[in-house]
Write a protein that binds this ligand. Sequence first.
Ligand code: ATP
Length: 290
Amino acid sequence: MLLERAYAKINLTLNVLGKRPDGYHEVDMVMQSIDLSDEVALEWLPESMEIVMESQATSIPLDGRNLAVIAAEKFLSAANLTRGVRIYLTKNIPVAAGLAGGSADAAAVLRGLNRLAGHPFSLDELAELGAQIGSDVPFCIYNGCAIASGRGEKITHVQPALRSWVVLLKPPLYVSTTEVYQSIQADDFSNKRVSSAMTERFAKGCTLAEIESLICNDLQPVTFRLYPEVAQLHRKMQSVSGLPCHMSGSGPTLFTLVPTQSAGQRVYNALRGFAKDVYLARLFQPNSGG
Ligand code: ATP
């Protein structure tokens, strides 16, 4: 049995640059892993050719619609293997939350099966396979901090990255990423790419306060229009925490960055006064002890 962690991500920037002829939107984003994670356990099934998936989670399909199962199918076919696999997913990342939970699971399956199979593919090759599953999967192959462009699948690694803690609030509703992208109006396009300005500030060692003003998300007004209760929770989160709050991806998860764990704990306690799904996490950089 082999274990792989699947890390959630937040968007520090998300600019939508336009709609492409293939129907996807051209985006420019700073993506950052956080140490809120799922655990994926993998093993070969000796006497079966099936992909069997189990999980303690009741809110996701465990059949061929699950991105983890799709990832296993893609891997086996690309590696020319006819083998059975068992996937056990311990789900901690909230579902349909704008935190790329499904993409993270798919990426963990690709990395894990690659280890089980004796590393037939490089990480870059796994990212190419991942791009066929979903736009966020390549980022989740590498984790850390990166600029993601194209439809989100083109990854430029960012070093150094921001060191901080994050408090997340997941509003009690599902948001469809497709619906949010389909509801974008002409005014929502920013025609700005804030990612390089932000990563330049990381390189200069700027403080969290100096980074804060660049955090942006062009999808935030779209999701707030579609789901006014998210806008209402955003206002409440800002007034209770006394800090700027932002939305990740297409939402509805809201987050605020804090410099220390103790500051994060104070905000966490305050938010728990009115919201059930609140998380305190750390920005995660691979190979730096988390
Ligand atoms: P993104 O921002 O990339 O759209 P998200 O965090 O908003 O991702 P997910 O948690 O990945 O959303 O879930 C989106 C949809 O994908 C849900 O409807 C869910 O049923 C489906 N799904 C498929 N596989 C998984 C998985 N392994 N974990 C969670 N959801 C999954």
